[in-house]
Design a protein around this ligand. Sequence first.
Ligand code: PLP
Length: 387
Amino acid sequence: MNFAARTQTLKPEGAYDVLARAQALEALGHNIVHLEIGEPDFDTPANIGQAAAEAIQAGKTHYNPSAGIGPLREVIAQDAGQRRGISVRPSQVVIGPGAKPSLFFPTLALVNPGDEVIYPDPGFPTYRMMIDVAGGVPVPVPLLEANGFSFDLEAFDRAISPRTRMIIFNSPGNPTGGVMPKADLEHIAAAALEHDIWVLADEIYSRIVFDGRHVPSIASLDGMLERTILLDGFSKTYAMTGWRLGYGIMPEPLAEKVSLLLNHSVGCTAMFTQVAGIEAVTGPQEPAEEMVAEFQRRREVIVDGLNRLPGFRCRKPEGTFYAFPNMEGTGLTCEDLANRFLEGGVALLPGTAFGRHGAGFLRLSFANSTENIHLALERMEKVLRDR
Ligand code: PLP
């Protein structure tokens, strides 16, 4: 079939591919530990579910404004602004079904065919796909293990050109777990201001950070709120991946344009989901905090175990629920090793599922029980021993 050029490079996220292969093996009777999936293994806190159920019963099941209901936009403006030390107006908040629309639609609204877009490599695969769909020119900039998986700033400087329209980055980062230091954000902000470039800051993991760390936001730097799309949501923070609720914070004219794109694509976000979102933001935060504490305990187990595997070295992720060990010392490619581990009963992702600079790494999600993490580490050790 003859498809439009804008869809030609589309492919699914690597996690979906590995999940399908793992499930095929399970159908043949294999036992697989799933460390490929990027979602919390916790249930959505009960108070949030309760709020949604009551909203459905109260008839909050109708069309509503494309940018979201006023009360949710208000509480997000207040909460997201306060956490980052910035002042946000509700009219700058655009709600969508998940955070992904706040990646896709601002990109469609701002990037013309031929415009260059800088994005992190290794990085969340949707960035590259949405740049392609918008007809933009993808300009990957490596993240360096030695920099705690922040940008290689020299490569970043070289990547800036008169055609650069947007810079995308993600901190804390998927797949690396790295947090970009404030000095690097200042470097990026200086370039954005000097060359009049938009910044898309994906902060979806901003609440999943360890050791009491504070994640700096580029939106809080002087002059940046006017040129930043700040993306966050409910999927990871409140274990609400399947609810489809997220948001972007952006300057009002862009918020209006993005609302039009929402209007003519998804229409609006389910109203009862948004009511549940109000409860998530304004209700007790302990369940979300306890989830992070549990991720931190599991981080210790998985990082220690990975560092004991021959040919492996693993930094401690500062946030997210991903470990991103370097496995170059095994002498194998990450794809080959990921396949061998899958055969050996552990599903995980090769670093190259996130771009070519992911070569030499694996991504393991520790959104799984400590027991399963131990089991996975034992199986991986056996695969390496028997090869
Ligand atoms: N950004 C990053 C870095 C992610 O890892 C994800 C989900 O995996 C998203 C955005 C999308 O979030 P949502 O499921 O709310 O659309």
